[in-house]
Write a protein that binds this ligand. Sequence first.
Ligand SMILES: [Fe+2]
Ligand SMILES: [Fe+2]
Length: 180
Amino acid sequence: METSHQETRNKQDFDVSIIRPQMHNEDVQLRGRGLPPSRLRSIKKALLSLHTLEGMAVNIYKFQVTRRESELNRQLIAAMCNEMTHLQDFQVKLFEYGWRPSKLRWMYLTAGFVLGFSSRLMGTKKVLRTGIWVETKAVDYYEELLQTVDWDEDTRRVVQKNRADEHGHINTWRKLLESS
Ligand SMILES: [Fe+2]
Ligand SMILES: [Fe+2]
């Protein structure tokens, strides 16, 4: 639910069962004109790293999925979809501001493949522990960027929703780990 105080929105205010929120044509906007260069610099740096890290997250889950019929695989596919949403969110924001993705992205995409594939080879528990480890780092990083970057309001909302999603992933992997 929308709250009147934007800054007080936190994880509980977002429905993490929505893994691909609806987006309207008008939601795409050209941004950044008139903002001071220092503010733009910090937004750019944050968007570039978030876009890069979300690409890594997509690859981790993509290469963790197996063909087995299991709740784990169903949840991994849902998480992959959700990370693709995050990737799309930040890619759109980068282009709205007139920027382009990082040239070093391939290194992180490769790291995502390595993390995903190697954990899959080591079995269910390793898959879940890797997810918890990566997502915990992601939540901390989102937290830091929400506190240190002076976001435009639309982008801040996206960052907050995505942080809530990462938190949701941790909960999902923890529950599956308990029952595995
Ligand atoms: Fe994500
Ligand atoms: Fe995630």
